[in-house]
Design a protein around this ligand. Structure first.
Ligand SMILES: C[S@@+](CC[C@H](N)C(=O)[O-])C[C@H]1O[C@@H](n2cnc3c(N)ncnc32)[C@H](O)[C@@H]1O
Length: 219
């Protein structure tokens, strides 16, 4: 018997919905993109970081010595995976993200006893570490979109990070290149980071969408 036209449309629609749903679940890029559409100011980008950006963020870290590493803004795990590839067998990575969809996605994909995902805001970093009996991290890797945050929140987060970094530790942070916001109101991330860290170096990474500056900060 032939299927009536409205049922054929329904089933085509359902198939498409199923496809969107499964690609959301199974593909990091599409999950990231859909989450960004829901809240671009929080996700701060339409695409996960490239491996070139991940390398630039991780190069300043001495993985032979770093025992506690914190990642702020894990997303779909583009940088998390690169950290774990380099991480010493006896070290731990605490990775924080405020979005439960990202946390669930990464937990389904990464099975590594050195990896501790944490759901919550980076502004509670001190509390998260204290709950785990940790005072300071040897390295903090941040992908948070500081430019799109309110001034109080970003100050609070970077203050917490600076206070919980070991004296010879390093924090890396990136900012997308801003081609369209010149002038006095532009947020100058390097100057902002200098308020909390003695040393701030910048490196440009063009092989990322969008290109970015990576800042390496030392207490
Ligand atoms: C630009 S994305 C980076 C994602 C991933 N690390 C990457 O490089 O592809 C920023 C991430 O920060 C997270 N985020 C935003 N505000 C946050 C906050 N206050 N605390 C923790 N995570 C936050 C977002 O959910 C998003 O996953």
């Amino acid at each position: 018997m032939k299927t009536p036209p409205h049922k054929r449309l329904d089933s085509r629609h359902n198939t498409r919905l199923r496809w969107v749903h499964s690609s959301r679940l199974h593909n990091s890029h599409s999950l990231f993109f859909f989450q960004s559409l829901q809240s671009l100011t929080v996700t701060a980008s339409l695409f996960p970081s490239s491996r070139f950006l991940a390398s630039a963020l991780l190069r300043p870290i001495d993985f032979s010595k770093a025992r506690v590493i914190v990642e702020l803004g894990m997303g779909t795990g583009a940088i998390t995976r690169e950290i774990l590839r380099r991480l010493h067998p006896g070290s731990v990575l605490y990775a924080v993200d405020i979005n439960p969809a990202f946390l669930a996605h990464v937990q389904r994909r990464i099975h590594d006893i050195r990896f501790v995902p944490i759901l919550g805001g980076a502004e509670h970093l001190g509390l998260f570490l204290n709950q785990r009996g940790i005072d300071r991290a040897d390295a903090i890797v941040s992908s948070l979109g500081l430019s799109s945050m309110g001034p109080d929140l970003r100050s609070h987060i970077v203050r917490q990070a600076a206070d919980h970094l070991s004296p010879d530790g390093v924090l890396t942070q990136y900012q997308y290149l801003q081609f369209n916001t010149p002038g006095p109101h532009r947020f100058r991330e390097k100057d902002f980071l200098h308020e909390y860290f003695r040393e701030v170096d910048a490196e440009r990474v063009i092989w990322n969408l969008p290109p970015a500056n990576v800042f390496t900060c030392r207490p």
